[in-house]
Design a protein around this ligand. Sequence first.
Ligand code: GTP
Ligand code: MG
Length: 246
Amino acid sequence: MPEALIVVPTFNEIDSLESIIRRIRVAAPAADILVVDDSSPDGTGQLADALAASDPRVSVLHRTTKDGLGRAYLAGFAIALAKGYDYVVEIDADGSHDPAELPAMLGIARGGADLVIGSRRVPGGSVHNWSWMRQAISKVGNWYARTVLRSRIHDLTAGYRVYRTSALRDLALTNVASQGYCFQVELAWLLELSGHTIKEHPIAFEERATGRSKMGSGIVVEALMRITWWGLTRGTRRPTSPVTLV
Ligand SMILES: Nc1nc2c(ncn2[C@@H]2O[C@H](COP(=O)(O)OP(=O)(O)OP(=O)(O)O)[C@@H](O)[C@H]2O)c(=O)[nH]1
Ligand SMILES: [Mg+2]
């Protein structure tokens, strides 16, 4: 039984899927990979099936509706918990997260972290080829979430992560509210609030080379509203977790 399940959510990623699966395979040959596709109209789901047919370590979860990154990940996490993996990994399909960091991030988790964040906002971390507008939205969003939630995590919205499955089991995942990308903020903060060990590992984030972003104003508005609400209602509880840079 492999120790890690690497979950790759996809919506219209036909031009990048094959390459990212190949790169993950090279970086983490012992891990299992689960593609979670929300019925992409461009045929990403069928391509994933073809890749799974030629590699027993790759499987595909087909969902009938596109109802957000958070929901897609929760479906993947449910499989990881049911099958008993020690770690579950989040990684984008578009090549923004370099799979070459996987051995380091899994090693940090093994060494004693409940959540390892591939972080753009710690010394050594960086973002490449983002427009100033996208940089500004990300920086302001991170600053706002950190301040309102009193978090010590520097990259709360990061989407490259290793979770210890036992830590996810501690959270009542059915109560996770977020649909879109603020799912990342919510999960990290819930682990921080409940005293889990969190480590940030610097990564170089690359803007996608092909395909289109799914980031839209709806996602930003959801994040803004939820984070503000959490700050107002739950923010009196101070996070207690150690957050360290490794
Ligand atoms: N299954 C599923 N995957 C999604 C959904 N929304 C986004 N994704 C995937 O989640 C990952 C991150 O989405 P992106 O559109 O790259 O978002 P981003 O990284 O913030 O934006 P860009 O890199 O600028 O495109 C990609 O692998 C997407 O295909 C969704 O609703 N369902
Ligand atoms: Mg992306």
